[in-house]
Design a protein. Structure first.
Length: 164
């Protein structure tokens, strides 16, 4: 059976009328079918996109000037982890609590902010402790000196800021 409506529409240069499944009011979708994606490639693409972790800082007034701040998502991207993981690390004491907080717009709580220096220090320590080597699920962070070194780095940055 020929579809005269679509043939006439193609001749006239018009888009064909909306088509429905027989006996239904449900439209026929012409979108391509999604195929299953290899999870390893999706994980790789998620962490290695063209925008770096510092692509979109929040510039906020601070002590008479302006300063760049980054959210926990930026820190997570820099460490190649999920933000949920970093919140868990913060609650369990693996990393120190965020030095800067702003009131959240919702009841979910305050937003954690980190400075560029803090994130760079954490990333450098993570690289030195081998947290970027291999599969992240195979590394026990408690078997490294990561926590102590990050706390020392945060204290050093805090005292450096207080002196300035």
């Amino acid at each position: 059976m020929r579809d005269w409506d679509s043939e006439f529409a193609s001749i006239a240069g018009e888009t064909p009328a909306t088509q429905f499944y027989p006996g239904s009011t449900r439209r026929i979708s012409r979108r391509p079918v999604r195929t299953q994606i290899d999870p390893r490639s999706a994980e790789h693409a998620r962490h290695d996109d063209t925008d770096g972790w510092d692509a979109k800082p929040q510039v906020r007034p601070y002590k008479g000037g302006y300063r760049e701040f980054f959210g926990i998502g930026h820190l997570a991207k820099a460490l190649r982890r999920d933000a949920v993981t970093l919140r868990k690390w913060e609650n369990s004491g693996v990393i120190p609590k965020a030095t800067y907080l702003i009131k959240g717009k919702t009841a979910n709580g305050d937003r954690r902010l980190y400075t560029r220096e803090q994130i760079e220090a954490i990333v450098q320590i993570a690289a030195q402790e081998g947290l970027f080597d291999g599969d992240p699920r195979g590394i026990r962070i408690t078997d490294t000196n990561f926590t102590e070194r990050v706390k020392e780095a945060f204290e050093a940055l805090k005292s450096k800021e207080a002196a300035a």
